[in-house]
Write a protein that binds this ligand. Structure first.
Ligand SMILES: Cc1cc2nc3c(=O)[nH]c(=O)nc-3n(C[C@H](O)[C@H](O)[C@H](O)COP(=O)(O)OP(=O)(O)OC[C@H]3O[C@@H](n4cnc5c(N)ncnc54)[C@H](O)[C@@H]3O)c2cc1C
Length: 493
């Protein structure tokens, strides 16, 4: 294709690209947040152009929830807010204006029925993320939003401290308001390559260092990980410590789970987080649900020093109960070889590595196993300790932690506090959440608010005046700055 820039749809009230732009909004990025923002701004009566750098909108939406799109969560509001850590309070106003029920009603309007699954996760009944994207396309078309794909934005233009337009690789689009919805820096093949951080930083915004979140972890004991590759563990307790593995005191494993989104007590140092659930071993280390949930806290702790994890393979038993149970088994099946005993305790693939770790001969009969050997085995089953080396790189994370500093954004409108007429929404903000539909809900809610805020600015001269005209010209080309500029080195391998 020679001309990659194309107006994909929409009857188009706007006369882009070369009009004056007094009442126009340009939205940068056609992901969950940008599509919602564009549709809502147009619904309020603004002329809206949606610039997307990829050939198609919503690429990340399509891969979300393993292509089933976990849209939001049924959890009540307080618990919901807890899933965002420090970013939670910032979202109050956005959730008050547009929350789960509004999202579900909106989708229903466009033919998407939803269902609730385990953990309150809400999906389309069809299990197809594609249906969600189709709904958004219909919304954009209905509202007359012009979608321009294959149009990467390279700079946001400003004059006298307020936005004046947007520069793409080919055109300059005048605009009275701009909504930056470029997403994070993970899964770059979906288009989220961190451009928004450069665009915002070029206009003087502070970028909270980017870190990968919801990401698998590489470990130092690589040969152990490889020997356990593919082993999936259910109902185990994973506890991360601000200590190297051999410095972990299993006596400090908290009685209850603790970590982001878990009510009750905060983890007490040196514990970072402790979670029950499912995890797996991979060729590089550990992954799976509880590892992903714990990963951001681990990434942040790794910036300060070594991190070790302890895996309790028998969390239902206390150390004393486990020792008694092992002893009973050894007594009852005294002639049975140690290997066979292990087979009754562990997944098949874990037996050989455990034999090596316990240093007990595989053919030793149960009745010959000494008390100290039994205790060594019990200790390993209650606390298999491993050193975390680093998270996998940003590209493999589910979300980007860090981003545009929230104190520079008005939570009631998503407006920049630094540049008039500039709005933000979605993952480009310093907001990230646990798995469960929370990241998409934040994108939809902040997108809705940004759309309304921007529409207010372009449609009401008073709002424009309030925004002030006393800032200096700050339009800056951003080519040449790499997203790595904003990565915190220690946190990103
Ligand atoms: C594999 C995977 C699965 C996920 N599953 C879920 C899930 O089930 N539930 C959930 O809640 N969250 C999920 N997430 C997270 C969620 O998808 C994101 O947080 C959410 O999509 C962010 O929306 P956004 O609109 O801010 O950014 P994005 O969806 O990333 O959209 C940003 C858009 O901006 C465009 N863009 C970037 N730079 C430019 C530029 N310079 N010019 C023009 N356009 C540009 C990009 O091409 C992209 O289309 C998942 C993430 C991944 C990677």
């Amino acid at each position: 294709m020679t001309n990659t820039r194309k107006a994909e749809q929409g009857p188009g009230r706007a006369t882009f690209p070369h009009g004056g732009g007094e009442r126009r909004i340009v939205v940068i990025g056609a992901g969950a947040a940008g599509m919602m923002a564009a549709g809502r701004a147009a619904e309020r009566g603004a002329e809206v152009l949606l610039c997307e750098k990829m050939e198609h909108p919503g690429k990340k939406l399509l891969v979300s929830g393993k292509t089933r799109c976990n849209l939001t969560n049924a959890r009540e509001l307080d618990g919901f807010m807890g899933m965002y850590g420090p970013g939670g309070p910032f979202l109050h106003a956005a959730f008050r204006r547009f929350f789960r029920e509004d999202l579900l009603a909106f989708l229903e309007r466009y033919g998407v029925e939803t269902k609730t699954e385990r953990g309150g996760r809400i999906f389309p009944v069809s299990d197809r993320a594609e249906d969600v994207l189709t709904a958004f396309r219909a919304y954009l078309k209905e509202q007359g939003v012009r979608l321009r794909t294959g149009s990467p934005v390279t700079a946001i233009r400003t004059e006298a401290g307020r936005v004046s337009g947007v520069q793409t690789s080919r055109d300059l689009y005048p605009a009275a308001a701009v909504i930056l919805a470029t997403g994070g820096a993970t899964w770059p093949a979906t288009g989220s390559t961190g451009d928004g951080y450069r665009l915002a930083a070029a206009l003087g915004h502070r970028i909270v260092p980017l870190r990968p979140a919801l990401v698998p972890l590489a470990v130092r004991e690589i040969s152990l990980a490889r020997s356990l590759q593919g082993v999936s563990l259910r109902n185990v307790r994973l506890t991360a410590f601000r200590d190297p593995a051999d410095g972990i005191d299993p006596g400090r494993i908290p009685e209850n789970e603790c970590g982001r989104g878990i009510g009750g007590r905060q983890p007490r140092p040196p514990v970072i987080e402790s979670r029950m659930g499912e995890m797996m071993f991979t060729h590089f280390g550990i992954g799976g649900p509880i590892v992903l949930l714990m990963s951001l806290a681990v990434v942040d702790a790794l910036a300060a020093g070594p991190v070790g994890v302890s895996i309790d393979l028998k969390p239902a038993l206390t150390p004393v109960q486990l020792r008694e149970r092992l002893q009973r088994d050894f007594d009852r099946h005294g002639r049975r070889q140690f290997r066979r005993h292990l087979e009754g305790l562990l997944p098949a693939k874990m037996v050989a590595p455990f034999l090596a770790l316990t240093d007990i001969p595989a053919d030793k009969p149960g009745h010959q196993i000494t008390a100290s050997e039994r205790d060594r085995l019990a200790g390993l089953l209650k606390s298999l300790r491993i050193n975390v080396k680093a998270p996998l790189p940003m590209a493999s994370a589910i979300v980007t932690a860090g981003g545009i500093a929230l104190e520079e954004v008005d939570p009631r409108t998503m407006a920049s506090r630094k540049v008039s007429g500039l709005f933000f929404c979605g993952e480009v903000l310093d907001i990230d959440a646990d798995t469960g539909g929370y990241n998409l809900q934040a994108a939809f809610s902040t997108g809705y608010l940004a759309g309304e805020g921007a529409a207010d600015v372009v449609l009401s001269p008073d709002a424009s005046a309030r925004e002030g005209h006393d800032r200096e010209r700050t339009g800056i080309e951003v080519a040449g700055q790499e997203p790595e500029t904003f990565l915190r080195r220690e946190g990103a391998s």
